[in-house]
Design a protein around this ligand. Structure first.
Ligand SMILES: NC(=O)c1ccc[n+]([C@@H]2O[C@H](COP(=O)([O-])OP(=O)(O)OC[C@H]3O[C@@H](n4cnc5c(N)ncnc54)[C@H](OP(=O)(O)O)[C@@H]3O)[C@@H](O)[C@H]2O)c1
Length: 293
């Protein structure tokens, strides 16, 4: 039988920034025939040469496929790009990073326009897209039926993790992990600042940081156990009283090294408040209560 482009699975992708381009290339490499659109048309040219069909307008792109994937800068750009499109009967997957509230509002917005909706939070950087062993994946939430219908296509660029029918949950999980990463980056910045003026090579510190942070990461299981049991002392091996005492050594070392401790002190202040409330035998879980009050 003669091969026609219509034998290839179709989908539409709006947005060809760094991430959108990586997504498009992953689908092209897997035999998909994506219709692509980008506000700045020139960004679609290399993909046209690689086999993508390029739409002149967002409305034409949306009309071309049942599955419409959006990966734009932010929620406002999704509004702009989709303003003049007909979403009736479409399956809309929004991979644009958003807040949980924005994702829930977008789900209502899509439903009012006759579309099924799935929100996605991408836990990957562009080089991890279409690289099966990279560990990259996407959190999805919203329509389970949409997720199941298009799972084969969605699984091409990265792993898929469905986290619930609430359309805000993908963004919530995404932002929770990114927030933890931000704290880790802050801690690593402080560590490098401490050695900056000494005869210690950053490249020698880097592997030590990676193995220490990796060894410490499972503390998250202890916190989860504390939050679920309500017993914040269960299995604690390093208690808050000891850690607050240790903080003074961290602060004094920062001073000796001429390093600002501003990345550490907000967290230390919360530890001290929890200790002052009489919880020296806990770990650090009680800090979460102070944050969520
Ligand atoms: N890059 C990453 O490492 C990464 C990782 C995880 C998640 N993400 C998420 O993926 C999404 C896209 O990121 P990216 O890296 O591809 O960003 P990017 O390279 O800056 O590209 C932004 C895209 O949004 C389009 N855009 C911006 N404002 C627009 C508007 N008002 N109307 C229509 N299109 C508009 C741009 O079009 P023009 O070309 O016309 O400017 C471009 O296609 C973001 O939500 C980001 O948070 C990115």
């Amino acid at each position: 039988m003669e091969h026609s482009p219509f034998d290839e699975p179709q989908l539409t992708l709006l947005g060809l920034g760094a991430m959108g381009t990586a997504l498009a290339r992953a689908w092209l490499a897997s035999g998909y025939s994506p219709t692509v659109w980008n506000r700045t048309a020139g960004r679609a040219e290399p993909l046209a040469a690689e086999g993508a069909m390029v739409a002149g307008t967002a409305a034409e792109a949306v009309a071309a496929s049942d599955l419409v994937v959006v990966c734009l800068l932010d929620d406002a750009s999704v509004d702009e790009a989709l303003a003049d499109t007909d979403l009736t009967g479409k399956d809309l997957v929004n991979l644009t990073t958003s807040t949980p509230t924005q994702a829930r509002a977008r789900a209502d917005w899509a439903r009012e326009r006759g579309a099924r909706f799935l929100d996605g939070g991408i836990m990957a950087v562009p080089p991890m897209i279409g690289a099966p062993d990279s560990g990259g994946y996407v959190f999805y939430s919203g329509s389970r039926a949409l997720f199941d219908t298009h799972h084969d296509a969605l699984a091409v660029p990265a792993g898929t993790t469905y986290v619930g029918a609430d359309p805000g949950f993908a963004a919530l999980h995404d932002v929770a992990l990114l927030s933890a990463m931000t704290g880790m980056f802050a801690g690593a910045s402080h560590a490098f600042a401490l050695i900056r003026k000494e005869d210690v090579a950053p490249k020698d510190i880097a592997p030590l940081l990676v193995s220490w942070l990796t060894a410490m990461a499972p503390f998250a299981y202890e916190i989860a156990d504390h939050l679920e049991s309500g017993d914040y002392t269960r299995g604690v091996t390093s208690n808050l009283a000891m850690m607050v005492e240790g903080n003074s050594t961290l602060l004094r070392t920062a001073e000796e090294q001429g390093v600002s401790a501003e990345l550490l002190t907000p967290y230390m202040a919360l530890m001290e408040r929890r200790l002052a409330d009489g919880h020296g035998d806990e770990g650090t879980t009680g800090v979460i209560d102070l944050l969520t009050r």
